[in-house]
Design a protein around this ligand. Structure first.
Ligand code: FES
Length: 166
């Protein structure tokens, strides 16, 4: 419980590498009789660069699983003790994906999920304004998926997307 994995997978195995995605997944223990997970997208909320864990990963503890239909999932143990950081413009996030520094305008996106036959199934991504608390007790202020740089709360949202003069 509490262990993080870097997870690589294909959004659409038929489309190949262009649909390769990365999520950061933590098992939070049981909640209301079902397993609880935190599943964070690695797409920075500033301009979409891939955020990295601020801590070590352990490639020697990699697991690769073929789940059928061309889907290949890779899990790598990691310890994002300092949260997540973006290499492009220095955006920083805590372990719940809350922005803590730099230019991102909101928290990191998350994945919906379900448990089917004992397997974790990732669903759609959604955007997050902020997360209060942590793990299975977290309160997530969620919104429909928004683009990088797009404000989803506050007065700034009325200006997005900016249109150039015609
Ligand atoms: S794209 Fe991540 S800080 Fe700019």
């Amino acid at each position: 419980m509490g262990e993080w994995k870097i997870v690589h997978f294909f959004l659409d195995p038929n489309q190949g590498d262009v649909t390769r995605r990365t999520a950061y997944i933590r098992y939070n223990g049981p909640l209301n009789g079902a397993p609880s997970f935190t599943i964070i997208s690695n797409r920075c909320a500033h301009l979409g660069c891939p955020v990295q864990p601020n801590g070590p990963s352990f490639p020697d503890q990699t697991k690769s699983i073929d789940t059928g239909g061309g889907q290949h999932v890779t899990l790598i143990k990691m310890l994002p003790a300092g949260g997540f950081g973006c290499p492009c413009h220095g955006g920083q996030y805590d372990q719940e994906g809350n922005r803590t520094a730099g230019p991102p305008v909101r928290s990191l996106d998350r994945y919906e999920y379900s448990i089917r036959n004992g397997h974790l199934i990732l669903g759609k991504t959604f955007s997050v304004a902020k997360v209060k608390g942590s793990g299975k007790d977290a309160i997530i202020y969620r919104y429909r998926l928004a683009g990088p740089g797009q404000h989803i709360t506050g007065w700034e949202q009325i200006f997005y997307p900016l249109q150039p003069p015609q």
